[in-house]
Ligand binder design. Structure first.
Ligand code: BDR
Ligand code: CA
Length: 364
């Protein structure tokens, strides 16, 4: 099993990252840390605890509250137009947490201890929120960069995420990012943290970036939502197979509505975050096939250097906002030290595996 630490900011799609990491038979989920992002830290932390309770894993997996604001910036406004005020709007089925998160112990100390207790080159870090905790972790525990096997993160946008007309009436074909026209949320929420990670050659060489360009292809369409609601062989009779499935699909429906309202993407919400967990299994027997732009299957030979705009020197001509958090990908020679950026994956395999994880959670 791949030992894995998940850093997240739940958030509708983070819920599915937690579920995938907690139930995938190829993953040993060591712990969860939370970060500000889709809602303030207190809220994302209670949300994570509620989700673990809903899937019956509260006694098995510890949760540590991490950073409440970016390394070098004041607290930000959460994206309430996407995730609502609670970060998980859209369902009344979330349970009260049955176990308290760890509020006062250091999240990064706990992460470091858990990761360093694993044999070298085995443990994986997955980040599905702003990169603050991850940047602090690698800054304060420099020995970790050489020790971990990989860092898989959902973040960044390079263009392409909003241009596919099959998504619906996309509001602005020149749009690249989701928080601003140029920047993806997890990066713009702490651009200095992201810049620190991408500019460290040792870490970058182990990093897989799952950008909006890819996650906007992973759409929880009505067909997918039916699969998750009724199960593989369940009857499509309007009645969810279990309360857990009902809750998950209510969350997806809310996310679908906000994505349609805000971006005009009408076929279903992109399920960003669990893709970063799935990518952590590349190279293991549980691999879901991810593809480079040259379509060479999971060989993943393309390498990139990623830059993050942190200075706020440029303003967008349409919205007048600064382009802080904008990311650029610079191709490197294959085999160089640089990040991997998959361009597509085996979508139907991914949905089947996610549904398997729900089935296992149902049985718990
Ligand atoms: C990312 O931002 C958040 O809203 C989602 O949870 C995801 O991690 C997508 O840009
Ligand atoms: Ca997230």
């Amino acid at each position: 099993k791949t030992p894995l630490w998940l850093d997240c900011d739940p958030g509708h799609d983070d819920v599915f990252a937690i579920l995938f990491a907690a139930y995938h038979p190829g993953i040993n989920l060591l712990g969860i840390s939370t970060v500000f992002g889709n809602a303030p830290l207190e809220t994302t932390t209670v949300n994570a605890a509620s989700i673990l309770t809903s899937i019956g894993k509260h006694n098995d997996i510890p949760i540590y509250a991490g950073a409440s604001q970016a390394i070098a910036r004041p607290p930000m406004n959460p994206p309430t137009s996407i995730h609502g005020k609670t970060g998980l709007d859209g369902t009344d089925l979330l349970p009260q947490p049955k176990r308290d998160p760890k509020w006062t112990e250091s999240a990064t100390a706990a992460m470091a201890a858990a990761l360093l207790a694993q044999p070298a080159d085995t443990a994986v870090v997955v980040a599905t929120g702003p990169l603050t905790n991850i940047a602090i972790l690698f800054r304060d525990y420099p020995q970790l960069a050489g020790h971990v096997k990989c860092l898989s993160l959902m973040g960044a946008a390079f263009g392409g995420g909003f241009t596919d007309v099959s998504l619906g009436t996309v509001d602005d074909p020149n749009r690249i990012g989701n928080y601003t026209r140029w920047a993806e949320f997890n990066i713009v929420a702490d651009p200095e943290a992201a810049a620190q990670i991408f500019s460290d050659n040792i870490i970058a060489a182990k990093t897989t970036v799952i950008p909006l360009d890819l996650t906007h292809q992973v759409l929880a369409t009505e067909r997918v939502r039916d699969l998750l609601l009724y199960g593989k062989s369940g009857q499509r009779n309007g009645k969810a197979k279990t309360t857990l499935r009902q809750m998950l699909v209510e969350l997806l429906m809310y996310f679908a509505d906000t994505y349609a309202d805000v971006f005009g993407i009408t076929v279903g919400p992109p399920l960003h975050d669990p893709i970063a967990v799935a990518a952590a299994l590349i190279g293991t027997p549980w691999e879901i096939s991810f593809h480079d732009s040259d379509d060479q299957g999971s060989k993943q030979s393309e390498r990139f250097s990623v830059t993050v705009e942190t200075k706020g020197s440029y303003k967008d001509a349409v919205e007048g906002k600064t382009m802080t958090g904008m990311t650029m990908q610079i191709p490197l020679e294959p085999g160089s030290d640089g990040v991997t950026i998959p361009r597509s994956l085996d979508f139907s395999h991914f949905w089947t595996v996610l549904e398997d994880c729900i089935e296992m959670a149902d049985e718990k």
